[in-house]
Design a binder for this molecule. Structure first.
Ligand code: HEC
Length: 110
C-alpha cells in the first residue's frame, strides 16, 4: 500500500505542480494568449532585439517566440508560477497566471 502511495506521488510530479485538467480547460494558445503575455510581462528584458537594456536578464534567454519560451519552459513555470519571482517585481494578474498554467501544461506539455 505504501509503495502504491509513493508511486502515485511520483506520477503526479510529472507535471511539476500543474493543477490543470486539460480536458476541461479552455484552449490557450500562443497567438491567443502567450504571445501577449510575454509581451506584457517578459519581453521588456528577455528579447532577442534587446541587447543593451536587459536589466540583467541572461543573454540568450529570450521569449519573443514560442520556441524560446518552450526551451526554458520548466524554468518559466518555476519562476513565474511557483516562486512568482519573474517578472522581478511580480504583479502578474491571477487570471494570467491561471492561463499561463493552462498554456504550459496543455499546449507545451510542460
Ligand atoms: C525587469 C526585467 C525582467 C523582466 C520583465 C523579466 N525578467 Fe526574467 N530575468 C531577469 C533577470 C535580471 C534575470 C537573472 C536573475 C535571476 O535569475 O533572478 C532573469 C532570469 C530569468 C530566468 C532564468 C533564471 C532561472 O531561474 O532559470 C527565467 C526562466 C526568467 N527570467 C523568466 C522570466 C519570465 C517568464 C518573465 C515574464 C513573465 C520574466 N522573466 C520577466 C529580468 C527580467
Amino acid at each position: 500500500m505504501l509503495a502504491f502511495v509513493l508511486f502515485s506521488c511520483v506520477t503526479e510530479n510529472d507535471t511539476a505542480g500543474a493543477t490543470v485538467d486539460c480536458a476541461a480547460a479552455p484552449e490557450v494558445t500562443w497567438d491567443g494568449f502567450a504571445h501577449g503575455f510575454v509581451t506584457t510581462y517578459c519581453v521588456s528584458c528577455h528579447s532577442v532585439n534587446n541587447t543593451d537594456r536587459r536589466y540583467g536578464a541572461p543573454e540568450g534567454l529570450d521569449f519573443d517566440t514560442e520556441a524560446g519560451l518552450y526551451e526554458s519552459g520548466t524554468r518559466v513555470r518555476e519562476r513565474t508560477l511557483v516562486e512568482q519571482s519573474m517578472p522581478p517585481g511580480g504583479g502578474v494578474f491571477a487570471d494570467d497566471l491561471q492561463l499561463l498554467d493552462v498554456y504550459l501544461t496543455c499546449q507545451l506539455g510542460i
